[in-house]
Design a protein around this ligand. Structure first.
Ligand SMILES: [Zn+2]
Length: 881
C-alpha cells in the first residue's frame, strides 16, 4: 500500500470540543519494554453537546489493555478502539470518570515522540501530538486539565522520578525493589505540556528568590559526570527569571523548576510546565567543548523555554494554527533578553542573518506559508522559520508601530485577560488595539499572507524647493497558492543622513504617517515629501531591519560607501557593507560562470579592509561586518539559474583580495584579541575572539608564507573550543597541509564528548571540494556515527545538505542522491528528523536546469517510496508541487 497523504486540517473548520477533560490522574508503571499507563480522566459534556453524543479520543500506535467507566469495566459493545482512535459510543450525560489502560514499549520508540528511552533515561516529548502515543486523549491544545502523575520504577534503574508541577509524595513500594513519586501540577494545561522523566541522573541544585519573595528550587538533571557542565545553563536560567520580572513583570509560579538534559531529542528543547526537557546541546558547556556560539545558544534557549511559562503555558494556543502565538512572541522575548545580555546591534545582525538565510528562502519557495497557516497535513512540519522567526518579527513590528510603552500595556492586558486560557491571534491583537486605541486590522495581514514583501524606493532632492521626495511601493511576488496579496503595514525606521554624517532635521512630511524615526508604509504605493531639507541627504532606510521585507533601493555605490562609513545606525552601516559586497559577489559569480577572470571592485575591497580600523564599533560588530554574505544568501540574491560552484569561487576571490590587501595588518588582531587569562564566555570576550578568528580566516587566504603555520599553531595551542574549532575549520575547509593530522588530533582529544564530536562531523560535512561526498559516506559507517541520534544525523547530513551548497548540489547529482537515500533510511525510524532533512531541497527550482533536473529526480525517488511517513510525504508533495 502506498503511504497516503494525511487529510488536510483547516483553520476554518475549527470547532470547540464536545467534551472537556478537567482532571487527569496518570499512573505510569515504568519498565523498558512493557510500561503500563493507567489514565483516569474526569470528563464533562459541554453545555451545547447533545446528551449521548459519542466521545472520540485520539491515539497513535496504541493498544488498549483496559477500559472502565465510573469504575466499572465497559462492555465491548460500548466502544470501539483502534491504534488511532477510541470512541465511546454513548457516554453518560452527567460528568463521568473514564479509566484507560495502555501498554507501551519505550525502548522501541525510535520516533522520539511520546514516551521513549534515551541512554537509559525515560523521557517524553508530547508537542505537538505525542501525548496520544501515551494514552487515548482529546489531544488538542484547548483541552486544559489539572494533572496528577504517579510514577513507579525500579529504584536501581531510576532513582530519579520527575513530572510536571510540585512533588506531592514519594516512597518505596514495600516488598519490591521499586519506588514511586506523585507529582501534582495545579495549573491547568494542555496535554502537549505533559512530561515525565525517570532515570539515574545527577542533580545540580540551586535556588531563586522571586520578586514577591517566593523561594524556588532550581535543578538541572544530567548524566553522571556532567554536573560540571551545567554552570552556564543555571546562570542563564537565573538571569532569565530575573529579566522576565524586571522587563515584563512576569514571576515564576511553582515551588520547583526542573531542567533535564537528554542526548536523543528531536527538537532543541521543550517547555513542559515546571519540567523542561532539553537537547543536551543546549545545556552542557565548558570552554573545552563549547564555542562562544554554543554559550550564546544555551543562554537563548534556556531563556526561551523559561519565558514560555507565561507565553505558551499560562496562556496557550487554542489550536495548532495559533502556534505563532506562543512561538513568535517567545522568540521575540528571548531575542530581547539576549540583546540586553550582549551587544544589541551584533545580536540584531545575527538574528537578521538567520532570518534571511532560513526564512526568506522558505517564504519564496514551495514550502511558503503564512505566519499563521490556514491548512496543514502534518503539524510537525510547521515548526518553521516562518512561524518562529518571522513570527517574532511581526511582534517586533507591533512594538515599533505602537511604541514601547503602549506595547507593554497591551501585553500586560493580554496576560491579565487570558491567563489560564487557550486563545488566538485575534484575541492577542485585540489587547493591543484596546491598550493603544489603534486599529490593527490591516496589520493582521502579517499573520495571513505568505511571502516576503518587496519594498521599492526612489528618491529625488529638489534643491530649489528644499524638498526630498521618496516614492515607495510594496508588493509580494506571486506564490503557488497565493496569486495576489494586499498591502501590509510596514514600519520603516529611517534617517536622512546629511553631508556631515548626522541625521538631518526636516520640516513637515506629507504622504505618510511618521512617528519619530518611523515612517509607515501601508499602501501599495506612496509618495512621501519631506519639507525644509537643507541639503541633499542619503536615505538610510529600514534601520535595525524594522520589517521583514526585501528592500529594493537602488543606491549609488558612492552613497553606499558613505553609509558604510557614516550611518549612525550600526545595523544599516553593516547592511551597507553587506550590500556592497553582495553586488560585487553577484557580478563576480556571473564572470566566473562565463569563464572570465573576476577582479573584485577596489571600493569593496577598501570598505571591507577599513572595517578593522573602525575602533568605535565593538569587536563583535566588526567581526560581523567582515563576514561576507553566505553562499546561500548570494544564491538567493541571484534567484534563478543558480550555479553554486561559481558562487563559491566568487566568494573566495573576494576573500583573497581582502586578505591580500590587509596582509600583515591582520596579525595584531589575531594575537591581540586571543584569549588572555582564563576563558570567559561573556559577550565582550566572545566578540574579541570572533574578530580574531575572522582575521585568521582572512590571513589564511592572504598567501603569506607563515599562514599555514599560524593556523596550525592556533589549533594546537588554543585553550578553548571557539579558537580550536575556528582553526580546525580553516585547516579542513581550505584543505591546508595538516588537515588530516588536525582531524585525528581533534578526535583523539574529544572522543568522549559527543557534543564536541558533532562539530568534528559537521566540519567535515561542510568542507568544499569534490572529496567531501565520499568522506561523508565513509563517516556514515564510522563507529562514532549513530543514525538513531538526531544531533549526530544533523551534524553530518543536515550540515552537508544545508551548509555545503557546492557539494549538495553537485553537477553530477550525487549529493542529492545521498541525501534522498538517507531520508528514506531515516524516515523508517524517525520521520521528524527525515522530513526536516528533506526540506533542504526547498530551493531546487532556483538551480540551473541541469542541477534542478537532478534534484527533481532525487525528490521523485523519495516520493515513489511506499510507506513514506506522513511527515515526509507532506514535505515531498509540497516541494514537488
Ligand atoms: Zn518555543
Amino acid at each position: 500500500m502506498r503511504s497516503e497523504t494525511a487529510p488536510a486540517i483547516r483553520l476554518e473548520d475549527y470547532k470547540p470540543p464536545l467534551y472537556r477533560i478537567d482532571k487527569v490522574a496518570l499512573n505510569v508503571e515504568l519498565t523498558p519494554n512493557a510500561t503500563r499507563v493507567t489514565a483516569t480522566l474526569q470528563v464533562k459534556r459541554q453545555p451545547d453537546t447533545a446528551a449521548g453524543a459519542s466521545l472520540v479520543l485520539d491515539g497513535d500506535e496504541l493498544s488498549l489493555a483496559g477500559i472502565r467507566l465510573n469504575g466499572k469495566t465497559l462492555d465491548e459493545t460500548a466502544y470501539t478502539a483502534t491504534a488511532e482512535r477510541l470512541e465511546l459510543l454513548s457516554p453518560p450525560a452527567e460528568p463521568f470518570e473514564l479509566t484507560l489502560v495502555t501498554e507501551l514499549d519505550p525502548d522501541a520508540n525510535t520516533k522520539l515522540m511520546g514516551l521513549y528511552r534515551s541512554s537509559g533515561t525515560y523521557c517524553t516529548q508530547c508537542e505537538a501530538e505525542g501525548f496520544r502515543r501515551i494514552t487515548y486523549f482529546l489531544d488538542r491544545p484547548d483541552i486544559l486539565a489539572v494533572y496528577t502523575t504517579r510514577l513507579e520504577a525500579s529504584k536501581a534503574e531510576c532513582p530519579v522520578l520527575l513530572a510536571n508541577g510540585n512533588l506531592a509524595e514519594a516512597g518505596d513500594i514495600e516488598g519490591t525493589d521499586r519506588h514511586y513519586a506523585i507529582w501534582h501540577d495545579p495549573h491547568p494545561k494542555p496535554a502537549y505540556l505533559f512530561a515525565l522523566v525517570a532515570g539515574d541522573l545527577a542533580e545540580v541544585p540551586d535556588r531563586f528568590m522571586t520578586m514577591s519573595g517566593k523561594d524556588v528550587a532550581l535543578n538541572i538533571y544530567v548524566e553522571h559526570g556532567k554536573e560540571g557542565l551545567c554552570d552556564w545553563a543555571m546562570d542563564s536560567l537565573k538571569r532569565s527569571m530575573r529579566w522576565d520580572e524586571e522587563v515584563f513583570g512576569r514571576e515564576y509560579d511553582l515551588d520547583v523548576f526542573n531542567i533535564v538534559a537528554v542526548s536523543d531529542f528531536n527538537m532543541g528543547a521543550m517547555e513542559n510546565k515546571g519540567l523542561n526537557i532539553f537537547n543536551d546541546k543546549y545545556v552542557l558547556a565548558d570552554p573545552e567543548t563549547a564555542t562562544d556560539q554554543d554559550y550564546a545558544n544555551i543562554e537563548a534557549v534556556i531563556a526561551h523555554e523559561y519565558f514560555h511559562n507565561w507565553t505558551g503555558n499560562r496562556i496557550t494556543c487554542r489550536d495548532w494554527f495559533q502556534l505563532c502565538l506562543k512561538e513568535g512572541l517567545t522568540v521575540f522575548r528571548d531575542q530581547e533578553f539576549s540583546s540586553d545580555m550582549r551587544s544589541r546591534p551584533a545580536k540584531r545582525i545575527a538574528d537578521v542573518r538567520l532570518l534571511k538565510s532560513h526564512q526568506f528562502p522558505e517564504d519564496a519557495g514551495p514550502l511558503a506559508h503564512p505566519v499563521r497557516p490556514r491548512t496543514y497535513h502534518e503539524i510537525n512540519n510547521f515548526y518553521t522559520a516562518t512561524v518562529y522567526e518571522k513570527g517574532a518579527e511581526v511582534v517586533r513590528m507591533l512594538q515599533t508601530l505602537l511604541g514601547k510603552q503602549a506595547f507593554r500595556k497591551g501585553l500586560d492586558l493580554y496576560f491579565e485577560r487570558h491567563d489560564g486560557e487557550a486563545t488566538t491571534i485575534e484575541a492577542f491583537l485585540a489587547c493591543f488595539e484596546e491598550a493603544s486605541s489603534t486599529d490593527l486590522e490591516q496589520f493582521s495581514l502579517w499573520y495571513e499572507q505568505a511571502g516576503t514583501p518587496v519594498v521599492s524606493v526612489e528618491t529625488e532632492y529638489d534643491p530649489d524647493r528644499k524638498t526630498f521626495s521618496v516614492s515607495l511601493s510594496q508588493e509580494i511576488p506571486p506564490l503557488a497558492g497565493q496569486k495576489s496579496s494586499k498591502p501590509a503595514v510596514i514600519p520603516l525606521r529611517f534617517g536622512l543622513v546629511g553631508p556631515n554624517g548626522e541625521d538631518m532635521e526636516t520640516g513637515p512630511v506629507e504622504g505618510a504617517k511618521v512617528n519619530g524615526d518611523v515612517l509607515v508604509l501601508d499602501k501599495a504605493h506612496q509618495d512621501v515629501v519631506f519639507q525644509n531639507v537643507a541639503a541633499a541627504p542619503v536615505l538610510s532606510l529600514l534601520r535595525g531591519f524594522s520589517a521583514p521585507v526585501r528592500l529594493n533601493q537602488p543606491l549609488h555605490s558612492k552613497d553606499l560607501l558613505f553609509l558604510a562609513a557614516q550611518d549612525r545606525d550600526p545595523f544599516n552601516r553593516w547592511q551597507a557593507v553587506q550590500t556592497l559586497a553582495m553586488q560585487d559577489l553577484v557580478r563576480l559569480a556571473g564572470l566566473v560562470r562565463e569563464g572570465a577572470d573576476g577582479v573584485p571592485s577596489e571600493d569593496v575591497i577598501g570598505v571591507l579592509a577599513s572595517v578593522l580600523d573602525e575602533t568605535q564599533l565593538d569587536e563583535a560588530l566588526r567581526a560581523q561586518a567582515l563576514t561576507l554574505p553566505s553562499e546561500a544568501d548570494i544564491a538567493q540574491e541571484i534567484g534563478k539559474d543558480v550555479n553554486p560552484d561559481a558562487i563559491h569561487a566568487a566568494r573566495e576571490i573576494l576573500r583573497r583580495a581582502v586578505a591580500t590587501r590587509l596582509g600583515p595588518s591582520l596579525l595584531p588582531f589575531i594575537s591581540g584579541n586571543s584569549a588572555g587569562g582564563s576563558y570567559s564566555p561573556d559577550a565582550q570576550a566572545a566578540g574579541k575572539r570572533a574578530l580574531a578568528n575572522r582575521c585568521l580566516h582572512y590571513y589564511a587566504a592572504s598567501g603569506a608564507d607563515d599562514a599555514a603555520d599560524l593556523v596550525w599553531s592556533r589549533f594546537t595551542s588554543a585553550d578553548n573550543m571557539t579558537d580550536r574549532l575556528a582553526a580546525l575549520t580553516l585547516l579542513v575547509h581550505d584543505h591546508m597541509p595538516r588537515e588530516d593530522e588536525a582531524l585525528a588530533a581533534y578526535r583523539k582529544r574529544h572522543t568522549d564528548s559527543s557534543l564536541a564530536m558533532d562539530k568534528w562531523f559537521m566540519t567535515q560535512a561542510m568542507a568544499p571540494g569534490d572529496q567531501t561526498l565520499e568522506r561523508v559516506k565513509a563517516l556514515m559507517s564510522d563507529p562514532s556515527y549513530d543514525a538513531g541520534n538526531p544531533n549526530r544525523v544533523r551534524s553530518l547530513l543536515q550540515s552537508f545538505a544545508t551548509g555545503n551548497p557546492t557539494q549538495f548540489a553537485r553537477a553530477d547529482g550525487a549529493g542529492f542522491e545521498l541525501v534522498a537515500e538517507s531520508v528514506l533510511e531515516i524516515d523508517k525510524r524517525n520521520p521528524q528528523v527525515a522530513s526536516r532533512l528533506l526540506t533542504s531541497f526547498r530551493s531546487w527550482r532556483a538551480l540551473d536546469p541541469q542541477r534542478s533536473a537532478l534534484a527533481e529526480s532525487a525528490l521523485l525517488r523519495v516520493s515513489a517510496c511506499e510507506n513514506l511517513s506522513r511527515d515526509s510525504r507532506d514535505i515531498v508533495d509540497r516541494t514537488l508541487q
